[in-house]
Design a protein around this ligand. Structure first.
Ligand SMILES: Nc1ncnc2c1ncn2[C@@H]1O[C@H](COP(=O)(O)OP(=O)(O)OP(=O)(O)O)[C@@H](O)[C@H]1O
Length: 273
């Protein structure tokens, strides 16, 4: 059953000549990790902000478990590229910050923070200061914090964009481990094509002017990782490379950057267009 339903959404910023998003529709179910990929300006962050309830669409509807999203809520855990952690609080207090605001008692908060530290492989880091953590560790704290209130859905806006390639892959794997063990439906946006293909069970490709979905793919690489195959083995598989190149060509076509006009339209696994 779909947890998140986005139907015919249109959004336009004041003064803009055309909508930033036009007729965007999709569903996200409980077993899914949806990635939205697209060129800069295709409306990815706008879409995530709408789902988070930070802004409202001009037309269409967005529903979580059948209820319209009208404002931010603890139902939706959000992870940003900039971790926005509180530097004057330690790791444990940062993770439990939302629970404290919700009036949850200290003992319960500490217990939940300990569970989440274990989940994101940061056991023993609870009393550390934020400035003592690496970039990847800070993103783990951000992920743990987003999960603290046991949201219905996890929303991630370029969460690994500031990390170097090696740490980025570690974080992709950690996210898939967390996705597998929590079974949280996840909506993630990224610029990174390899990341999108690796993480997505469902990939939507957005094009700009106006922002719209131009392709949808169902992929199985995340499930293969969750089933025990290594990230390196998956990413070097010819099927993965073929899919990555196909997606790359689609993003290039949108951007009109393929000056040689040599992009081939190869059919790939799970293609639904
Ligand atoms: N608050 C705003 N007011 C007016 N225009 C905005 C606002 N936020 C975004 N835009 C415009 O809407 C378009 C889409 O922006 P958005 O950030 O959603 O795209 P994106 O795909 O996430 O881009 P990027 O990958 O560069 O972050 C851009 O042209 C941007 O300039």
């Amino acid at each position: 059953m779909a947890v998140l339903t986005v139907e015919h959404v249109q959004a336009q910023y004041p003064g803009a000549e055309q909508p930033v998003l036009q007729d965007v529709s999709f569903q996200l179910g409980s077993e899914q990790l949806m990635v939205a990929l697209g060129a800069s300006g295709s409306g990815k962050t706008t879409l995530l902000n709408l789902i988070a309830g930070f802004t409202r669409p001009q037309m269409g509807s967005i529903k979580l478990d059948g209820e319209a999203i009208l404002a931010p809520s603890r139902d939706r855990g959000v992870v940003f590229q900039d971790d926005v952690l509180l530097p004057w609080q330690n790791v444990e207090d940062n993770i439990a910050f939302g629970l404290e605001l919700a009036g949850i008692d200290k003992r319960t908060r500490q217990k939940r923070a300990q569970e989440l530290l274990k989940l994101v492989n940061l056991e023993g880091f609870g009393q550390r200061h934020i400035w003592e953590l690496s970039g990847g560790q800070r993103q783990r704290v951000g992920l743990a914090r987003a999960l603290a209130s046991d949201p219905k859905i996890l929303l991630m806006d370029e969460p690994f964009g500031a990390l170097d390639a090696f740490i980025r892959e570690q974080m992709q794997c950690l996210l898939l481990d967390v996705w597998k063990s929590t079974a949280k439906p996840t909506f993630l946006i990224t610029h990174d094509i390899e990341e999108a293909v690796f993480l997505a069970t469902d990939l939507i490709i957005l094009a700009p002017n106006p922002g719209r979905i131009v392709e949808r793919l169902t992929l199985d690489f995340a499930k293969r990782y969750a089933g025990g195959e290594s990230a390196r083995s998956i990413k070097s598989d010819p099927k993965f490379i073929e899919t990555r190149e196909h997606v790359l060509s689609r993003v290039f076509i949108q951007n009109h950057q393929d000056s040689r006009g040599t992009v081939q339209r190869a059919p790939v696994q799970g293609e639904k267009v």
